[in-house]
Design a binder for this molecule. Structure first.
Ligand SMILES: *Cc1c(COP(=O)(O)O)cnc(C)c1O
Length: 441
């Protein structure tokens, strides 16, 4: 009782304090004197509230410091640095997620993804989330519990896809290869015949191993076995040739923070007609409402019906993605692919000249965007990455999943893909090899 009375009293006084005249709240007098007055009331208000309601957590001291972000050159497998143009776009004031101008920007993003994917698919959009969200969106919309899915597993991304498939309750079949290897059409056909999956998952740019998968022929092979083809191109899009329509890929997704030099948080995805047939004729609802393509297709203007609110899209991330896709379109895919191939080869030569061994032996199987080096004998990989971070403010990373402890990974992606950066990382590695003591025998 007392607390209600007291609180009402405070609120009344506070309202008076912010309403020196009788205008609406927005017309608060902004003179310094009234602000001081208001601040003292707020202090009193919060003190009374803490007594009354028992705050146990004070405002954190760390948040009284200004935001501090060190300058780093991100030459790991992602994220990569973002361009100033993308940075500016992402720093704009927002508009509403259901404003017609926002839908126009989403349409531009759709066109940008269609170009980047080389597809005319109508169901093309950006998922609100990182690459994993797109992976989950693909699997959760296509697969129904009990259906068979075949996962090509030669690194961490197949492991993740298999994990998601199991959570959905699908019958997960694995086609396994040693990390560093890729799949032949014969491997795939044999597994398709054996498991009769409704969906086959394969990674184009295996960034945990540094392998690029040749996709030619897989699409038509899957089609002839009545199976949909799902491809992960998070690490390869923009950096290695990829033709969704011509390669008959049914579902393709990517990410924003690798070659596109965009902040993480949006993930391009596209479904062709065959995939739409499957996802829009399900017997069960997808277990994720957030990633339900029934909703998302409408939000991205797939059908003629008015767009309905589903979730608030990451508006500034979409601004940034729009700009990143515009830059890719200006550069031209063919030029970007060539740039990544040339600079990767330049980096590979420099690394070999240092006496380092590339993890992927077959040159044609090396992913142009992410290079893997066998951890040099006798060294602790973490000593090397730490040394380079400390002395050069450059990020390179160790392995991931099955390649932990086996490799070092260097990414040259988008604006980071320059000969100067290749030279810099080679110099840093040379320095690290000289200074990091050999700690292993
Ligand atoms: C980075 C990456 C992902 C995961 O993307 P997130 O944005 O970290 O969720 C998936 N697949 C591949 C091949 C990747 O390189």
């Amino acid at each position: 009782m007392t607390s209600t009375v007291l609180r009402t009293g405070i609120l009344a006084r506070l309202t008076l304090a912010v309403r020196p005249s009788y205008g609406p709240l927005v017309l608060v007098d902004r003179s310094a004197a009234s602000l001081v007055h208001l601040a003292s009331w707020c202090k009193f208000f919060s003190r009374s509230m803490s007594v009354q309601t028992g705050f146990t957590v004070p405002p954190p001291k760390s948040l009284q410091q200004p935001l501090s972000v060190p300058k780093r050159l991100l030459l790991g497998p992602g994220p990569s640095n973002i361009s100033s143009r993308v940075q500016e776009a992402g720093g704009r004031q927002i508009i509403g997620h259901m404003h017609p101008e926002m839908f126009q920007i989403m349409d531009q993003i759709k066109a940008g993804i269609q170009y980047a994917f080389q597809t005319t698919n109508n169901l093309t959009l950006a998922i609100s989330g990182s690459g994993h969200a797109a992976m989950e969106a693909a699997l959760v919309n296509v697969l129904e519990p009990g259906e068979a899915v075949l996962i090509a597993m030669n690194g961490v991304w197949g492991e993740r896809a298999a994990d998601i498939g199991e959570r959905i309750g699908a019958k997960v079949q694995k086609l396994v290869k040693t990390p560093g290897e890729s799949f032949s059409l014969q491997d795939i056909e044999k597994a398709l015949v054996q498991h009769k999956p409704v969906l086959f998952f394969i990674t184009h740019g295996e960034s945990s191993t540094g392998v690029v998968q040749n996709l030619d022929g897989i699409g038509s092979l899957c089609k002839s076995h009545n199976c949909l083809l799902l491809v992960d191109s998070v690490a390869s899009l923009g950096g290695a040739p990829l033709f969704m329509d011509n390669q008959e890929i049914d579902i393709l997704y990517s990410g924003s923070q690798k070659v596109l030099n965009c902040p993480p948080g949006t993930a391009p995805i596209s479904f062709n007609e065959r995939a739409c047939q499957k996802i829009f004729n399900r017997k069960t609802k997808p277990t994720s409402l957030y990633l339900d393509m029934g909703w998302l297709s409408n939000l991205w203007g797939y059908d003629e019906s008015p767009r309905k609110y589903h979730h608030t899209s990451p508006i500034t991330c979409l601004f940034a993605l729009r700009e990143a896709l515009a830059i890719l379109a200006e550069q031209g895919l063919e030029n970007y692919w060539k740039l990544h191939q040339e600079n990767a080869e330049y980096l590979h030569k420099g690394l070999e000249d240092l006496g380092l061994k590339l993890f992927v032996k077959d040159k044609s199987m090396r992913l142009p965007t992410v290079t893997t080096i066998a951890v040099p004998e006798g060294y602790e990989w973490k000593d090397i990455t730490n040394f380079i971070m400390k002395n050069y403010q450059i990020e390179i990373t160790g392995g991931l999943g099955p390649t932990i402890g086996m490799v070092l990974r260097i990414g040259l992606m988008g604006i980071n893909c320059t000969k100067a950066n290749a030279d810099l990382v080679i110099r840093a590695l040379k320095d690290a090899l000289e200074h990091c003591k050999k700690s292993k025998h």
